[in-house]
Design a protein around this ligand. Structure first.
Ligand code: SAH
Ligand code: SF4
Length: 405
C-alpha cells in the first residue's frame, strides 16, 4: 500500500470514523473504540490505540492516517501562571491558545462562569465526613499543584475578519477558519500537556481566543459536540463569546447542547459602537439584544455582556446609565474588561477611578458586574492581545519548540 498524504482522525465524529474503519473491513464497534481513544483517551499516536490489533494500527499508519492534534510549537509563561501556546495546524497555520490556572474567582479573571457556581457549592450541605488522612489517590493534576480549576481559552479562526478597532487580533485579518477538530484539538493538546483527568480536574473553556466563533459556526458547534460528547467537558463549563453576529446568535439559541453566551457589547449606544466595532452597522445593538431575549435560558442561566473600557470613549457615567437602560429586563451579568494595550492601537486605558464608578453604577442598578482581572498581559496572552507574537519579536518569551512561523 502506498503512503498517502496525512489524514487526521481527531475531529471526525462517530459515523465518519465508522466510514474510515469500514474501508479497512472493520466492524462498527471499532468506531466507538476509536472515538473513545481519540477523545476520552486523548491518544497522541495511532500506534498508541491499544484497543486495536497491531495489524490494524499498522494499516492505518500505512494509509497515512494520524491523530493530527495541533502541535504546540511555542509556549510563554506569565508571572501570573498563565501560559500562552502557539499551536501549529497541519498546513502550517498557527493560532494561540491560553491556559489560566485558578488564580481568582473565575469569571473575574478568565471569562468563565466558575466563580458563580463555586459560590453555590459553598452553600451545599456537607454530608460526607472529611477523611482523617489526606487521600491523594483521586486528586487530579490541578489539585496536586494547588489549583482548584483551570480555564482554557481557545481560538476559532486564524485571525479575525471583524475589525474591532481596539483588538490586536483584528490586525491579522482573517486567514482561514479552523475545523471542528482543530478547535477541540487545542483543548486536547493543552489537557495532555498538564496531565488533566476529566471528571477529576475542573476545567472551564472559553471560546475567546483568536477569531469570531459565530463566523465559523459549523466548526464551532462541531467542536462543542466533540468537547462535550467526546472529551467530557460539560456544556455548563463552556462560554462562547461573540462580537454580535446576529444569524449566529439565532442558530445558537436553537441548539440543544450549547455553551453559555457572552456578548461583546463594548458600547452603550450605536454611535460609539459603530466607531469601535464597525460590524454594528450590519447588526445594531437593538437587534442583538432582541435576539438575546429570544434565547431559551435555563434556570439560573445568565447572558454575560463583556464591556471593554476605553479611556474617555465608553467609560463615563453617562455610558453606564445607557448600559443599565439597554440591559433592563435581560438576565444579564456584565464583565468589565480594562482595555489591554497593543502596538499600533491608539486608545488609552480608562482611569482606575472611572472603572470603579462604572462598576458601582451598574451594581447599584441591579446588575451583577465584575471587573475582569487581566491574565498574562506580560506575555501578550490577555484579551485582544492574541496576535501570534513570537520569540524574535519579544525576547522574554520562553520557547519550547522550534518556531516555524
Ligand atoms: N471574537 C469574539 C471572541 C474573542 S475576543 C468576541 O469579540 O467576542 C474576547 C473578548 O476580548 C471580547 O469581549 C473583546 O471585546 C475583548 N477584547 C478585544 N480586544 C481587547 C483589548 N485590547 N483589551 C481588552 N479586551 C479586548
Ligand atoms: Fe475579532 Fe473579537 Fe477581536 Fe473583534 S474583538 S476583532 S470579533 S477577535
Amino acid at each position: 500500500m502506498t503512503v498517502s498524504a496525512s489524514k487526521a482522525l481527531f475531529g471526525l465524529d462517530l459515523p465518519a470514523l465508522g466510514e474510515v474503519l469500514a474501508a479497512f473491513g472493520q466492524k462498527p464497534y471499532r468506531a466507538r473504540q476509536l472515538y473513545d481513544a481519540l477523545y476520552k483517551g486523548r491518544a497522541t499516536s495511532v500506534m498508541d490505540l491499544t484497543t486495536f490489533p497491531l495489524t490494524l494500527r499498522e494499516e492505518l499508519v500505512a494509509a497515512g492516517w494520524e491523530i493530527g492534534l495541533p502541535e504546540m510549537v511555542q509556549t510563554a509563561t506569565s508571572v501570573d501562571g498563565t501560559e500562552r501556546y502557539l499551536m501549529r495546524m497541519a498546513d502550517g497555520e498557527t493560532v494561540e491558545t491560553v491556559w489560566m490556572p485558578d488564580g481568582d474567582g473565575g469569571e473575574r479573571g478568565d471569562g468563565s462562569e466558575a466563580a458563580a457556581e463555586e459560590a453555590d457549592e459553598v452553600d451545599m450541605p456537607q454530608t460526607i465526613a472529611a477523611p482523617r488522612r489526606r487521600d491523594t489517590r483521586n486528586q487530579g493534576a490541578l489539585a496536586e499543584r494547588g489549583f482548584r480549576r483551570a480555564t482554557v481559552c481557545i481560538s476559532s479562526q486564524v485571525g479575525c475578519a471583524v475589525n474591532c478597532q481596539f483588538c490586536l487580533t483584528a490586525k491579522l485579518g482573517i486567514r482561514r477558519n479552523l475545523t471542528a477538530g482543530e478547535i477541540a484539538g487545542q483543548v486536547a493538546a493543552v489537557l495532555n500537556r498538564h496531565g488533566i483527568r476529566m471528571g477529576v480536574d475542573r476545567i472551564n473553556l472559553v471560546f475567546m481566543g483568536m477569531g469570531e466563533p459565530f463566523l465559523n459556526y459549523d466548526s464551532f458547534i462541531g467542536s462543542v459536540r466533540l468537547l462535550t460528547g467526546g472529551i467530557g467537558v460539560p456544556e455548563s463549563r463552556m462560554t462562547v463569546s461573540t462580537s454580535g453576529i446576529l444569524p449566529g446568535i439565532e442558530r445558537y439559541a436553537a441548539e440543544a447542547v450549547r455553551p453559555k453566551l457572552a456578548l461583546s457589547l463594548n458600547a452603550s449606544n450605536d454611535g460609539v459602537r459603530e466607531r469601535i466595532m464597525p460590524i454594528t452597522r450590519k447588526w445594531n445593538i437593538a437587534a442583538l439584544l432582541d435576539a438575546v431575549l429570544k434565547i431559551p435560558l435555563r434556570p439560573r442561566e445568565w447572558v454575560t455582556f463583556e464591556y471593554v473600557l476605553l479611556g474617555g470613549v465608553n467609560d463615563q457615567p453617562v455610558h453606564a446609565r445607557e448600559v443599565l437602560a439597554l440591559l433592563a429586563g435581560i438576565r444579564a451579568k456584565v464583565n468589565l474588561i480594562v482595555w489591554n494595550p497593543g502596538p499600533g492601537i491608539e486608545y488609552t486605558q480608562p482611569d482606575p477611578a472611572d472603572v470603579v464608578v462604572f462598576q458601582k453604577m451598574l451594581i447599584d442598578g441591579g446588575i451583577a458586574t465584575y471587573i475582569r482581572r487581566p491574565r498574562g498581559r506580560d506575555i501578550y496572552a490577555a484579551c485582544g492581545q492574541l496576535k501570534r507574537t513570537v520569540a524574535d519579536q519579544a525576547p522574554e518569551l520562553v520557547v519550547i519548540g522550534a518556531a516555524a512561523v
